[in-house]
Structure formats: C-alpha cells, structure tokens
Design a protein around this ligand. Structure first.
Ligand SMILES: NC(=O)c1ccc[n+]([C@@H]2O[C@H](COP(=O)([O-])OP(=O)(O)OC[C@H]3O[C@@H](n4cnc5c(N)ncnc54)[C@H](OP(=O)(O)O)[C@@H]3O)[C@@H](O)[C@H]2O)c1
Length: 336
C-alpha cells in the first residue's frame, strides 16, 4: 500500500475510503449554472450495496432535464443533490466477504438515481443488481458512456421490438447516445436499419451499420420509407412532430417505441387511431443485461463513441453542450 507519512493514501488505494468526497451538486433546480463542486460525506452502503470509487460518470439528457426541474426532479428528497446515472470505477467495499466482486475490481453500471445518490461524485453506493464488470477493452471514460444509453437501446430494440432478420426498422436520432447503440443492436440482431441524423452524422450512421440513412434537416423521412415494421423514436414530438409523423411510415399493426415519452403525451391515442401498436419504454438498472452488452463490446460487435470528455469541475459546461441536442454518441465527466 502507498504510504503518506505513515497514513494510508486514499488517492492511490481505491479501497481505502475517506470520510468525505468531492461531488458535483445542485442546491436547487435551475440552469447549468446551478452545478457546483462540494464536499459531502462518503455515502454508507446498505444491504446488498457495493461502494464504488467512481472514475468517470456518463451524462444523459435525463440529468439535464432533472437539473432543470423536469425529469425526475420531483422525486429528489435530499439536497444538495448529486445527479447522474452512469458510472465506471473500482469496487471499494463489498456487502460480504465472499461476494463475487471484490475490492479493487473494475466495474460499471447504472445507479437508480434519484432513489440513491447520483454518480457525479467520488463514491457511489449501488445495488449489486446494478453492477457489472467493466468491459476489459474499454477505459473507465468509455465504459461510463455505456450503461444507461445502451440499456435503453437494448430494452427498446431487443426486448420490446424484438429485432430480427427481415424486420424493417427506422431509428430516429441514430447518432445520439441511445441511438448509436440502437443502430448497432438492431444490426447485430439482423434487422434492416434506416437511421435519421443530420448530414454531418450520415457516415457515422453507416459505420455503425445502418443500411439506409436520412438527413432529417433536408428530407422528410416519410418521403423515403413506408410500410415499416418498427420505429424506435428517440425524438418524439419535441422536434417537427417526428413522433406523430412516424405513425404514417409503419405498416398496419406495426410497432412504435416512443422513448422520450414526455414530449408526446397523446402518443397512445394517436397510435391506436392509426392502427399502430404504440408503447413508451423506461430504462432500468440491470446488471444481467449489461453483461450481455459487455460481451458484445468485448467481442467487437458493438462499440461506444465518446464525443466529449469534461473534468468534473466543468460539469456545467458539459450540461450546456448536452442540452444543445447534437452530441454524437456520449459526453462523459472525468470524476477521479
Ligand atoms: N425512457 C427512457 O428510459 C429514456 C432513456 C434514455 C433516454 N431517453 C430520452 O431519449 C432521448 C434521446 O436520448 P439520447 O441520450 O440518445 O440523446 P442525445 O444523445 O442527446 O441525442 C443527440 C442526437 O440526436 C440527434 N438529433 C437531434 N435532433 C434530431 C432529429 N430531429 N432527428 C434525428 N436526429 C436528431 C443529434 O444528431 P444531429 O447532431 O445530427 O442533429 C444527436 O446525435 C432523450 O429525450 C432522452 O431523455 C429516455
């Protein structure tokens, strides 16, 4: 163990846990300016929880929506609040001696924020059901970009839409955090994929495996595709009625999976009226599914794209960039 004047050096040994930690917090909801660094007590894990020393935290739109007072803000009960769902780091404490993961192991996962504290902090207590071993071929920064977005894409494309050979699928926003995994999962499971994005992302979409691409800034997607089996809608009606317009490109009885459900509250009624099966989808922390995703990453079938990396002190700027809505892949905070 590294020594520091005879005392354990907590910065060198991830399993040596201090009593306080640095976190990026908000004292109230509002603009990105509300994000600031603070010293907080290191959380105490309970029951099956591990304590993870967080190396990197992925940023997701739900973080910014919540910070702004929407998203899951109404469920925050502890202030200052630590935001964030995605983490990659090193196990510092385990629930019992013979637990399958051990102190020092590299892990990643999705925290159940806001039921537990978020991941923009040096230490995270997290349920054993939410933690998987970090893919061996990814850095912590890359791994932190995976869980929430990839679990969402898996849920929508594999669990709900049941991607399969012969299935014709349209994926809106295929270049974003969820979308770039959705395109790859759909391709892995054999679906024929059309993906939308702006001109600068069309080559990226093709590299991910999209069979056809549509520039939503210059084309109306309904002019290019029709009679599809499935639409994975990662835009909803927040932009140019993308969700409502998608109903018209599906075959009778086709399936629309509306992921950002808040932007389109009339989805179910509109889908029923159009003879389409419409559903929303909500992601959940899930170590078992994350292990399936890990395997695809480690065998090279699926990759993660990190667009920008910010130091935790620059978290406000990271949120501003995310809120522009044009991230290619993911934005990640380097925490410790
Ligand atoms: N229900 C759930 O459990 C759940 C889970 C995760 C995410 N979500 C929601 O799903 C949505 C997508 O999340 P995300 O993380 O993928 O977002 P994101 O990474 O911020 O998405 C950014 C991408 O969207 C593309 N884009 C923007 N406007 C578009 C349009 N009109 N048509 C096609 N592409 C467009 C951008 O491409 P260009 O730069 O080329 O425009 C960019 O690559 C968010 O609303 C998020 O809150 C819900």
């Amino acid at each position: 163990m590294a020594q520091n004047g005879g005392m354990p050096d907590a910065s060198a040994d991830p399993t040596s846990v201090p009593t306080t930690m640095c976190a990026l917090v908000i004292d109230r909801t509002g603009s990105a300016d509300e994000l600031h660094l603070a010293d907080l007590p290191v959380p105490i894990p309970v029951l099956d929880e591990l304590l993870v020393k967080v190396n990197a935290a992925g940023i997701n739109p739900i973080d910014a929506k919540t910070r702004a007072g929407k998203g899951v803000a109404a469920a925050i009960t502890t202030w200052p609040a630590v935001l964030g769902g995605d983490f990659s780091g090193v196990v510092a404490r385990v629930p019992y001696a013979d637990f399958p993961l051990q102190p020092g192991d590299e892990v990643y996962g999705m925290a159940h924020f806001p039921r537990t504290t978020g991941t923009y902090a040096e230490y995270l207590p997290v349920s054993s059901l939410s933690v998987a071993r970090k893919p061996s071929n990814l850095s912590h920064v890359e791994a932190a970009a995976v869980p929430l977005a990839a679990l969402t894409a898996w849920g929508a494309v594999v669990d709900v839409a049941k991607a399969a050979p012969g299935q014709r699928m349209l994926i809106h926003a295929g270049s974003g955090g969820v979308g770039h995994f959705a395109v790859q999962f759909a391709r892995v499971f054999g679906a024929h994929v059309t993906a939308t994005g702006s001109a600068r992302n069309l080559d990226f979409l093709r590299e991910l495996g999209a069979d056809e691409v549509i520039d939503y800034t210059s084309e109306r997607f309904e002019d290019d595709v029709s009679g599809l089996d499935t639409v994975i809608d990662l835009i909803g009606n927040v932009h140019d009625d993308t969700g409502s317009r998608s109903l018209g490109v599906l075959r009778p009885g086709g399936l629309l999976v509306n992921v950002p459900s808040g932007s389109w509250p009339t989805m179910a009624a509109e889908a029923a009226a159009a003879g389409i099966r419409g559903t929303t989808y909500k992601v959940a922390p899930d170590a078992r599914r994350l292990q399936l995703i890990t395997a695809l990453i480690e065998d090279g079938s699926v990759r993660v794209h990190v667009d920008r990396i910010f130091e935790i002190a620059d978290g406000a700027e990271a949120h501003r960039v995310l809120e522009e809505g044009h991230t290619r892949g993911k934005i990640v905070l380097r925490v410790s």
